[in-house]
Design a protein around this ligand. Structure first.
Ligand code: VG1
Ligand code: CO
Length: 544
């Protein structure tokens, strides 16, 4: 087998976003497009000769093709060993687990997460470092710089490997080992949670669960962990057969896109607990019987109940949440006497805090929760955490959440997404806000007075790196907030995200409808940012 050096020319649009490079499949099919990016990853790294690389993806269309290419390129570039999930499958948290467990140099994860899949859908690729986490900005910036001037890539001239058979083969001088996609991850989960207690809960005639895999990567993980190891009936799983086009769905576990699950949990004879994961298995939505838990509340509640879980019995070092996530976790941290860190959007910002032992639990309002067990958010982990808490407390999801609000007050929270907006219009909106923000402090809008307005900037407490322009925040004197930012994961036009939060200590008002409770703030957001006028949209595309 010989190494071929292929001449290529740069693409101008390979800047990684919030979570890697995401483009239409058809863009990735452009000759050399994938190869350029992969070679740029390798060229940005040093010292990997003879080391191990982990490769896997969420199983969407183009996954198998991309993996064959990456294997041959990794071999040509001098990796000693490559661990690849069977069939090319590794959920994002499982990939993180495998990188850490086998002390790999890093990993390449193929996923566009919750973005729709299929021939006309999206594809994505990202690099994770040896701690198992998404590459920090320093590395993604370096990769981008290289993509702008790349002139050649290396690839081994070899036939395709059989990815469906476990075991090791040789690709040139490199050993490629096809590993079970689920085993290492399942073992890690059983080491964190009280599986015996959860088993008892699932065996009880008074408790039923429904897990929705949204035809994406988590199906086999849920089958192994929830059914084979914890004894849930197979009927507790739905949409758990992974499909290359995710069944034409949009595997984003929220009330809009996870409608199959919502129908079950809000229907007749609803189960006691419902959960769904996204395309690559790192997100989670938690539902009780006719009851929705916001991701921000979920993080706060998991933190407040961590002592019920074997892995976290010894206490939490700290909590970290992304800036737009509600401040509910801050209240728990204050009571526990631990730090709550506020980071920019995207899991890559949690890595340093977790590595330095400053935070144990992390979360984002976008249905992402996780801990120091890996360096990615982790959908099934959150499901197991909830099951462990439910098993320990023997109360319903709704009762646990309401008790939490009684103790801490309720942070009403909602995100409004305006998807596929014209990019120029979206940029104008943000630019206008930046200019306007300067004079906002002190101004009154209805019942609210602006306390501050800024463009969020984060200084990493571990390495001192600064990330600026991470979202416009308008804080009010009563602690309420409005945040605006543009999505960094979309592939078409721009997506404007509006995040709205208000704190309600009065228990009598905790049963208010969220949109009702936030109505005035939502109107103020439109008044200040001229959302309807500038986006040309009367309503958001998705409300979560
Ligand atoms: C979104 C979410 C963010 C999350 C990111 C990746 O980013 O808001 O919280 O970390 O997706 O999640 P953005 O830039 O579109 O707002 V995943 O599950 O798509 O890898
Ligand atoms: Co995801």
């Amino acid at each position: 087998m010989s190494i071929k050096v292929v001449t290529t020319s740069p693409f101008s649009d390979q800047k990684p976003g919030t979570s890697g490079l995401r483009k239409k499949v058809t863009v990735f099919q452009t000759p050399n497009y994938l190869e350029n990016f992969v070679q740029s990853i390798f060229d940005s790294l040093e010292g990997f000769a003879g080391q191990t690389l982990v490769v896997g993806g969420d199983g969407r269309y183009y996954n198998r093709h991309a993996i064959q290419t990456i294997l041959k390129m990794a071999a040509a570039n001098g990796f000693g060993k490559i661990l690849v999930g069977r069939g090319g499958i590794l959920s994002t948290p499982a990939a993180s687990c495998v990188i850490r467990k086998y002390n790999a140099f890093g990993g390449i994860i193929l996923s566009a997460s919750h973005n729709p899949a299929g021939k006309d859908g999206d594809f994505g690729i990202k690099y994770n470092t040896g701690n198992g986490g998404p590459a920090p900005e320093k590395i993604t910036d370096a990769i981008y710089e290289i993509t702008k001037s790349i002139s050649e890539y290396k690839i081994l001239e070899a036939g395709d490997l059989d990815l469906d058979r476990l075991g090791a083969t040789k690709l040139g001088d490199t050993v490629v080992e096809v590993i079970d996609s689920v085993a290492d991850y399942a073992e890690l989960m059983s080491s964190l949670f009280d599986f015996d207690r959860i088993k008892l809960l699932l065996a009880s005639p008074d408790f039923r669960l429904c897990f929705d895999g949204m035809h994406a990567v988590t199906g086999p993980y849920a089958q192994e962990i929830l059914v084979n190891r914890l004894g849930a009936p197979t009927s507790a799983l739905q949409n758990c057969v992974p499909l290359e086009d995710f069944g034409d769905g949009h595997p984003d576990p929220n009330l809009v896109y996870a409608h199959d699950l919502v129908e079950v949990l809000y229907g007749e004879n609803a189960p006691d607990f419902g959960a769904a994961s996204d395309g690559d298995g790192d997100r989670n939505m938690i539902l009780g019987k006719k009851f929705f838990v916001t991701p921000s509340d979920s993080l706060a509640i998991l933190a407040a109940n961590a002592h019920h879980v074997p892995a976290y019995k010894g206490g939490l070092a700290g909590i970290a949440r992304s800036m737009p996530t509600s401040q509910a976790p801050d209240r728990v941290a204050a009571r526990l006497g631990i730090e709550c860190y506020e980071t920019p959007t995207g899991w890559k910002f949690f890595g340093n805090l977790l590595d330095a032992g400053k935070a144990t639990l992390c979360g984002e309002e976008s249905f992402g929760t996780g801990s120091n067990h890996v360096r990615e958010k982790d959908g099934l982990w959150a499901v197991l955490f909830w099951l462990n808490v439910l098993a320990a407390r023997q109360q319903s999801v709704e009762a646990i959440v309401k008790e939490h609000w009684q103790l801490y007050g309720r942070n009403f929270y909602s995100r409004h997404d305006y998807e596929g907006v014209d990019s120029d219009r979206a940029n104008t909106l943000v630019d206008n806000l930046r200019k306007k923000g300067v004079d906002l402090a002190g101004q009154k809008f209805g019942n609210y007075q602006v306390d501050f307005c800024d463009d969020f900037s984060y200084t990493d407490p571990v390495d001192g790196s600064v990330s600026s322009k991470q979202g416009l925040r308008i804080g009010f004197t009563d602690g309420s907030r409005i945040v605006f930012r543009l999505s960094g994961t979309g592939t078409q036009g721009a997506t404007l995200r509006l995040y709205v939060e208000s704190y309600e200590p009065n228990i009598a008002k905790h049963n208010l409808d969220t949109q009702e409770a936030l109505k005035e703030l939502i109107e103020i957001a439109d008044q200040i940012a001229q959302i309807k006028v500038l986006t040309g949209r009367a309503e958001p595309t998705v409300i979560t």
